[in-house]
Design a protein around this ligand. Sequence first.
Ligand code: NDP
Ligand code: 8X3
Length: 249
Amino acid sequence: MKKILITGASSGFGKAIAEKFASSGHEIIITGRRENLLNKLKEELVAKYEAPVTVLVFDVQNKKKVFELLQDNPILENLDILVNNAGLALGRDLFDEASLDDWETMIDTNVKGLLYVTKAVLSTLIKKGGGHIINIGSTAGKEVYERGNVYCATKMSVEALSQAMRIDLLRHKIKVTVIHPGAADTEFSTVRFKGDKKKADTVYEGYTPLYGTDIADTVHYCTDLPAHVCINSVVMTCVAQANSFYLFK
Ligand code: NDP
Ligand code: 8X3
């Protein structure tokens, strides 16, 4: 049994990852801001799989709270896997028309939040003598697309930080894997278009996108390999998509 901490487990990829690990007999710590959804997920996973589940409620942008809750917390003792998944896009606007507030929220969540959580958890992994960090990037972190500006920049940062972690944490035997998914049907687009569900749904019309379960299977595969093997990077899309630019509808 492994112990896994997942950020952003109240929906989408994080929720699917939680279910995948709970169903395969692991201990999971699920986190996010929406306490009601996390408690509901916990109830479901306990009832279905009798899984040990802990809920931690925090905003990854809140440095103080992240460190209070995650640094040297006995609940995290012997943690094996950290999945840095919490993140979002806000808006899909031209550079000169985009909102500074949206930019700041994306940077604070996707980059600074990931750094806070990783830093806070690292002492536990180091004490244990190793572990596995999975960072969720995006195809948006491989190629910049029109109106993607700051979201793409944050996901390019996730790629750069994953490379940096892999190098600097070698001596602690910590594996670092970055997973870059393409379009996946989650709450992502509803958040991006600020609740406009109709607009969000059009993103996934005319083809079969990825689903949270596809990303969960990939995370599970990467963490289930022999101790000496590390998958450094995965770029995954649905069959209809080649990269940020080519989507066959
Ligand atoms: P969802 O919107 O379904 O899930 C996002 C999760 O992140 C939620 O659980 C949300 O929880 C959490 N979250 C957002 N902001 C914060 C915050 N400030 N503090 C704590 N938790 C937060 O989207 P996805 O599952 O699709 O997204 C997961 C990750 O995958 C993101 O990093 C996204 O950028 C990336 N991604 C998504 C793709 C897609 O097409 N869907 C493709 C490639 C990458 P809560 O609101 O409860 O805090
Ligand atoms: C989410 C995929 O194409 O909307 O990271 O940027 S995309």
